[in-house]
Design a protein around this ligand. Sequence first.
Ligand SMILES: C[S@@+](CC[C@H](N)C(=O)[O-])C[C@H]1O[C@@H](n2cnc3c(N)ncnc32)[C@H](O)[C@@H]1O
Length: 373
Amino acid sequence: MENHIEFTKWVVAQGVVINGIAAHRFPGRGLGIIAEKNLKAGEVILSVPIKALRTIHTVPTEISKHIRGKTTTHALLAAELCLDTSPQFDLWRSVLPSVADFEESLPLTWDQSLQDLLPAAAKTLLLNQKRKLKLDWASISTAFPELDYNDFLYKWMIVNTRTFYYLSSKAKKKPARDDCMALNPFADYFNHASHGCTVTFASSGYTITTEAPINSGSEVYISYGNHSNDFLLAEYGFIMDSNAWDEISLDEYIIPKLSEKQKEHLKDARVLGKYVLDRETVCYRTQIVVRMLVLPLGRWRRFVDGNDDGEGDQGVVDGYLEGVLEEYRSDVQVKLEAISSLDVGLDSQRDTLKRRWSQIDILLQAALDRLKR
Ligand SMILES: C[S@@+](CC[C@H](N)C(=O)[O-])C[C@H]1O[C@@H](n2cnc3c(N)ncnc32)[C@H](O)[C@@H]1O
């Protein structure tokens, strides 16, 4: 923890104001934030001024001038982390997670055969990440051929997992959402929970405020957003046992059952895809698509237009949905067996995959129990 103490002194010298919290190691979560005293609700526990951030505007021109054409903020921040060897930032570098930490947790670094066994939603996010990384590396390696790909990948993952939403007050034109990011020393120690402290961003910087009282010695969380476990796994390398925002996509099990004509009708009604099951219910879009699969077109249209409350057909709809969920459940067993038969990657990676599929099975079973009630 020595480095964290020194690093904390350093951030305070950068204008960061810390109230009653400190960095602390939590098993299974790396570093996080602990309450060092009893905190009241509504207490400001951290303020980070803009000058303490690393943003697109703090990337030295020595670096940015070499980039030909467009690149992303993500790429520039990662390149800066690779190229900046100034002692000024040594302390910060020394408290960041290691390459091994990322290799263990982030699917981006996993063996392809494990990546192939991710749930569809996580796989889609991973493919998108791979596409962005490839483009970022192409622009940065052209400008700095001496850079090592593995070092760039490591720094890219740091940026991916530790940035906060940031929009410069000087920006004349709003950048793309993905480019609105800043590295936020010390604030980036906070781990995620479904509900956590409030993070506000203003032209003066970030403020983190408690929502509820927190006892001394407890971990203090923020929320990275209302994310499912598939999102948390792909983007941050962890899943939660209890995630209020968990959900699974049913697209893979519904869309292939639709005819081209049915897809056209659903597209016209703007309800093609994004069929979701969460901890409480299947979404309204799923109610609509299943009605498309089981009802004559006129009856479907009356439901969509709000001229029929759908109660009369609910039994048929639920029966069809049960079949879809049972089909999904038997696929989960196939995935679990495939993971068990693999001998690649780390035990912890295979264990995370198994835990995720088991969570999916529990969500499916709970939905089936509700339907059969
Ligand atoms: C912004 S950093 C938080 C600090 C980080 N734990 C560290 O050691 O520096 C985000 C990373 O923390 C970890 N993390 C955050 N919340 C977590 C949670 N609830 N459970 C497990 N790991 C978590 C993940 O590795 C994630 O990529």
